[in-house]
Design a protein around this ligand. Structure first.
Ligand code: 5GP
Length: 244
């Protein structure tokens, strides 16, 4: 029998501003009940589409700095003049419950997570073209011209970081991009290194005896009793946890 790790998978998704990463993640969440999106804390201004407590937890810069001192964050960064941070607490809880957790964070935060949790999956989303990226940035009504330009330069630099990730997905057709990210998560779940223990060996002798026994070898009940065991056994939530 093979014992697989039960803890959820940590999935880090980054994308330069203007890649439509939010739509990809929303699509994923709609399709998968076992996925949970971590809600970051930020000191940036609330935008039109923001829902406090859902898109972000909004705090002042002073409150953010206080939380840094308290050790509230798994990682945090200052991005284009505002603070953003991933709270530690709920993530550990969700992973221990076997729920997959998505962190939607920029590249510096992703690099910090890689140091802390190298077994996380790192996915980078790209726009189909620079034109699409610029157009998407301009569409954000609440950002000033200066902010849009700053975000463009940051996004442009970020594209060079793609090779630090495990996977890259181009968000051209939204449904295709969601399919690809879903496929990556599924493939990761089948990785051999998610297996904790293999104990197929212990059954070999028993099955040998069964096959030697002329009566039992062709008897369905005996066969079911011995062989109807799933080879992949999902263990109870393990003590082994990503985040301490
Ligand atoms: P926006 O202001 O457009 O919502 O986000 C700006 C950038 O901050 C995006 O690239 C987003 O992924 C990133 N971000 C959001 N939350 C976090 C976080 O908790 N940590 C880090 N490092 N980046 C974050």
């Amino acid at each position: 029998m093979i014992k697989e790790r039960k803890s959820g998978q940590l999935i880090v998704i980054s994308a330069p501003s203007g890649c439509g990463k939010g739509s990809v993640i929303n699509g994923l969440l709609k399709r998968n009940k076992n996925l949970w999106l971590s809600v970051s804390t930020t000191s940036r201004q609330i935008r039109e589409n923001d829902i406090p407590g859902v898109t972000y937890n909004f705090v002042t810069e002073e409150e953010f700095k206080e939380k840094i001192k308290e050790g509230f964050f798994l990682e945090y960064t200052n991005y284009v003049g505002n603070y953003y941070g991933t709270p530690k607490g709920t993530i550990k809880e969700k992973l221990d419950q076997g729920i997959d957790v998505i962190l939607e964070i920029e590249i510096e935060g992703a690099a910090n997570i890689k140091k802390l949790i190298p077994e996380a999956i790192f996915i980078f989303i790209l726009p189909p073209s620079l034109k699409t990226m610029v157009k998407r940035l301009q569409k954000r009504g609440t950002d000033s011209k200066e902010k849009i330009i700053k975000r463009f330069h940051t996004a442009y630099k970020e594209i060079n970081e793609v090779t630090k990730y495990n996977y890259v997905v181009v968000n051209d057709i939204l449904e295709d991009a969601i399919d690809k990210v879903e496929a990556i998560i599924t493939a990761e779940k089948c990785r051999v290194d998610r297996i904790e223990e293999v104990f197929v060996d212990t059954k070999e002798e028993e099955i040998h005896e069964l096959l030697m026994d002329d009566e039992k070898a062709f008897d369905n009940e005996s066969l079911s009793e011995k062989l109807d065991l799933s080879l992949i056994h999902i263990s109870e939530p393990t003590r082994r946890s990503y985040i301490s």
